[in-house]
Design a protein. Structure first.
Length: 380
């Protein structure tokens, strides 16, 4: 048991080191970002592209937030209605008829393939701006400076900007919403951290921007139910010669409404995970390492527990397991606190960090289900 306990402690130390390195990478400046503002790189026109399917309950909130934007340069709004069957078409028509200072164009699509790839490409082709900014209908920009923050890196030489999206701070809070915040922190730390280390691999479709001339028309296999934005970033990285920048400031974030049920969230996560096999092999290994560490810790912990029961020293086994997992989880909670404070997230860090053990179990179970049963391609 002593040898297994030593190995378990070493794995816990490795997990702590990995977590600390990725958290520090999150706060590092991207090596591809520039400090100098170059006026000739400022976009002449920004196109905000939104793909919608049955978004009637969210459209008014998004429209109100877009109307409050303080971006002083020219921008337009491109809305692609991807076969909505609710009141979305009516609401969009009413919006177009309003006397608004925002140029808005609505495009209707029917009979598209699973996922939003066709809708996204249609919106890009219809955009007249030389810079594209993407979000979803169930998102609300965190401030009136959202467009400005997501566009400013363009004048610093960036070709692509990766932003952050958090779950909305809706009440009442419950275990599901806390786990969703925790998951969002883990995802943001990963893709922002790796981007800062020179290995961008994904972005959230709810908040990212790119030069129109750089947008890839083909990315990933046809009919994939999710991951259009992730695979677009993968295609951009594969093209080479692009400068990536990130925006972590609260003013440049967007808050999204996540599924309100466990089943809905599990379906969404399983759909997202089906995109990972289409990442580059290097990205897959970088994402697999922490999962392998966690799996090895669980396996060794079970071994220590069994040896403790057989040797009549169960209390010692529990101390070893508790110290190993407890220390690694406490470090994670501390790292989450630093991220949420720096990003001024709408949810306090203590509302989610302590749910890490439950989150770990939930992720393992959901991943196992995904391996056995793939999500329905018709789900979006």
């Amino acid at each position: 048991m002593i040898e297994s306990g030593v190995f378990l402690g070493l794995l816990a130390a490795l997990k702590i080191a990995w977590s600390t390195i990725m958290t520090r990478a999150f706060f590092a400046k991207s090596g591809n970002a520039f400090e100098e503002i170059k006026e000739e790189l400022n976009p002449r026109l920004v196109s905000v592209v939104v793909c919608i399917r049955d978004g009637a309950q969210d459209w008014k909130n998004l429209w109100h937030a877009l109307c409050s934007q303080s971006y002083e340069a020219a921008w337009e709004l491109i809305v692609v209605d991807d076969g909505s069957t609710d009141e979305t078409p009516t609401l969009l028509l009413e919006t177009v008829e309003l006397e608004s200072s925002i140029p808005i164009r609505v495009i209707r699509l029917d009979g598209t393939s699973p996922g939003k790839k066709e809708a996204l490409l249609c919106g890009v082709k219809a955009a007249r701006g030389d810079w594209l900014l993407f979000t979803d209908v169930d998102c609300i920009p965190a401030s009136s400076r959202w467009i400005e923050c997501m566009i400013t890196p363009a004048a610093q030489g960036a070709d692509t900007v990766l932003g952050i999206s958090w779950p909305r701070a809706e009440k009442p809070r419950n275990m599901l919403s806390n786990l969703q915040v925790l998951d969002a922190i883990m995802v943001a730390r990963s893709y922002i951290g790796w981007a800062h280390r020179g290995h961008p691999y994904m972005g959230v479709g709810r908040n990212w921007s790119v030069r129109k001339s750089r947008f890839p028309e083909t990315a990933g296999p046809e009919g994939l139910a999710s991951g259009d934005d992730d695979l677009a970033v993968q295609a951009l990285v594969g093209a080479g010669g692009l400068n990536f920048a990130t925006v972590v400031d609260r003013a440049g974030q967007s808050d999204t409404r996540l599924p309100a049920t466990w089943t809905g969230w599990a379906r969404q996560k399983r759909r997202h995970w089906t995109t990972a096999p289409h990442y580059s092999s290097g990205d897959q290994w970088r994402l697999l390492v922490p999962k392998l560490i966690n799996a090895a810790m669980v396996a060794l912990a079970l071994g220590v527990l069994i040896q403790g029961i057989q040797g009549g020293v169960l209390h010692n086994a529990l101390w070893i397991i508790g110290c190993s997992f407890g220390c690694s989880w406490l470090v994670e909670v501390r790292n989450f606190r630093s991220i949420t404070k720096a990003c001024q997230t709408p949810i306090s860090w203590w509302n989610c960090g302590w749910f890490l053990p439950l989150w770990s179990v939930w992720v393992v179970c959901t991943a196992a289900i995904t391996t056995i049963r793939h999500p329905n391609r018709a789900d979006w």
